[in-house]
Design a protein around this ligand. Structure first.
Ligand code: 3JN
Length: 340
């Protein structure tokens, strides 16, 4: 017997992604029975509205998950590492937005437009991972091209908004802009350097190989979601002074020749993708217009004239919505439709 409603717990409810998860559950009229909002002791006590009712955020504890059906988690990787298995054991299927389980072979890593079928394996650990925001928007666009022309190599540079770091970073950019205009001292607390009017080629920590962890997440996650380890991916991830919306310059090399017009045609039919590609009229995807939207926008589609089978693309999406909260809720929708 299918349930009519599902008890949902949002972990990390006070963060930028957690807030958006609650809004999207309401917006999409997800069949929520009991709703539990949890955070760290610091966030506990915060009030959040859902469907006209005020909820008080509680502290995430080991006994928080009894009787809960679905957990939408975005509390930071170390908290997920500890609490997701506890929730899973209590019968609560966790959709986790952190990197904690993404590369675990027994945990599906899912972008519904690309590999919804992988959700079937959720039962192995009762955990499903949401990919990194930069990976999600890229694979939504690459998969339909891969299916037709087989992508051999991807070279991506990102232009990531500060909301990807969280609420404190949004405030830091705001404060720095105000400080500059008011000729006051600039404070750098979240980022190692000034982010206002600057670009930082540094997202997450640096690894032994000289890449950042964010860059290597894009490499490994792309292969797992596209279910093709042979795709070569190299990434440079950059933080830019934008509030919402990540942009990406993506160069691909395909096995089969594909023209820019063919790519436009394929992408215009792709689920979750909107082609905005009319350069003569200055129409191309922009972060300020993608913010607040569900779709992934792609434009500047053109052939790479330096190699026989290359295509250049400009891909933009709302990193908090499609890059995080929306993707998680879409997974939850499929989970209840097909599996729970
Ligand atoms: O910086 C961004 O735009 C996205 C940030 C993602 C992020 C930040 C801290 C920790 C992640 C992530 O989702 O990969 C993690 C993490 O879970 O490791």
């Amino acid at each position: 017997m299918k349930k009519e409603k599902y008890n949902v717990v949002v972990g990390g409810a006070t963060g930028a992604v957690g807030n958006e998860m609650v809004s999207i559950l309401e917006e999409r009229n997800f069949p929520v029975g009991e709703l539990k909002l949890l955070a760290s002791p610091r966030g506990a006590g915060t009030k959040i509205e859902f469907k006209g009712k005020e909820y008080t955020v509680g502290v995430m504890k080991e006994d928080s998950f009894e009787g809960m059906d679905i957990g939408l988690f975005s509390p930071g990787a170390s908290v997920s590492q500890k609490f997701a298995p506890i929730a899973a054991k209590a019968g609560c299927v966790v959709i986790d937005n952190t990197s904690a389980f993404r590369m675990d072979p027994d945990v599906p890593l899912v972008v519904p437009e690309v590999n919804a079928h992988a959700i079937a394996n959720y039962y192995k650990k009762n955990i499903i991972s949401n990919p990194n925001c930069s990976t999600i928007q890229m694979v939504v666009v690459l998969k339909p091209i891969h299916d037709v022309a087989r992508i051999k190599r991807v070279v991506v540079s990102t232009y990531q908004s500060v909301s990807g770091t969280g609420k404190r970073a949004i405030k830091e950019l705001e404060n720095q802009v105000l400080a500059i205009y008011n000729q006051q001292e600039i404070k750098c607390e979240v980022y190692p350097h000034q982010i206002a009017f600057n670009c930082l080629p540094h997202i997450d920590v640096f690894l032994e190989n000289g890449y950042t962890k964010e860059e290597m997440k894009m490499v490994h996650e792309t292969k797992k979601i596209m279910e093709d380890d042979s795709i070569r991916v190299t990434a440079t991830t950059v933080r830019v002074p934008v509030f919402y919306g990540h942009s990406e310059s993506v160069n691909i090399e395909t096995e089969k020749k594909i023209t820019a017009e063919e790519v436009r045609e394929i992408l215009s039919k792709a689920p979750g993708v909107v082609v905005v590609d009319d350069p003569k009229n200055a129409q191309y995807p922009l972060a300020i217009y993608a913010a607040g939207k569900d779709e992934t926008f792609v434009g500047r589609i053109r052939e790479d004239e330096s190699i026989p089978n290359g295509i250049n693309l400009w891909i933009v999406a709302d990193n908090i919505r499609k890059g995080a909260a929306l993707n998680a809720v879409q997974i939850a929708e499929i989970l209840i439709q097909k599996y729970l």
